[in-house]
Design a protein around this ligand. Sequence first.
Ligand code: KIV
Length: 274
Amino acid sequence: MSKKIKKVLAKKNNNKIVCLTAYSKNIAQILDKYCDMTLVGDSMANVLYGMKNTHKISLDTIIQHSISVRKGIKKSLLVVDMPKGSYKTPSEAKKNAKLIFKKTNCDAVKIESNNKNFKIIREIIKAKIPVMGHIGYTPQFKNRFKVEGKKKREAKKLIKESVSIEKAGAFSIVLECLTPSVAKEITKRLKIPTIGIGSSSHCDGQILVTDDILGLSGFYPKFVKRYVNLNTIIEKAVKKYSKDIKTKVFPNKKNFLYGKWKKNRFYKKNRKFL
Ligand code: KIV
């Protein structure tokens, strides 16, 4: 088991585990300072590519974004989502997990549970690739959003599913949109850390989609806390840029690349970009 995974496991019952999603290097290098885990989520399908669900995002697209994210990461655990259709059979799952691992140099992969694919988790782990599970509202398998575990029978099923995922060897598990009591019970029963999204503070850690907390995605359900409204900030900057061009405020002499420019401080500081 890698040092990074051991570090995350050690936080169970001690410290809360901080996780966020990233799809590119620039964002990843900011997250890396504060997060224990960075996930290249298939949520990029909706958030970045404007698809109606996560079903059509390709393995290759996930790999390309993960390569970018990897470049921004030094210390956090890099987990890559396996997209829908990439783990239909144990042998396909193993082949694709190996491909993700090799091309992205990630630390683990995440697969959504359909309450049947425990053998697939075991098979990926046999190939020495750590796996994170994911239960509750699993967008790859469920078309309708709902809070999971309200009914007693449903709660029991979720608890059993989480235990099976732990038994299969997963090092951690995402609990998405579970009732607080089910999240609490699973967190108590499992030795592996639970990472909640819309599943209360009872989980060992929390994850959210970064674009949601930054106010970029336009998706702000109750379980999301929006820390800043980047949409408005970016719009203001772009509006100013547009005005500057039209009024010829930009570019001005300071931005011209001629004459005595090699002597100025800007050139000296930025020569590698020029
Ligand atoms: O794809 C994703 O971003 C996720 C998180 C929301 C857990 O699976």
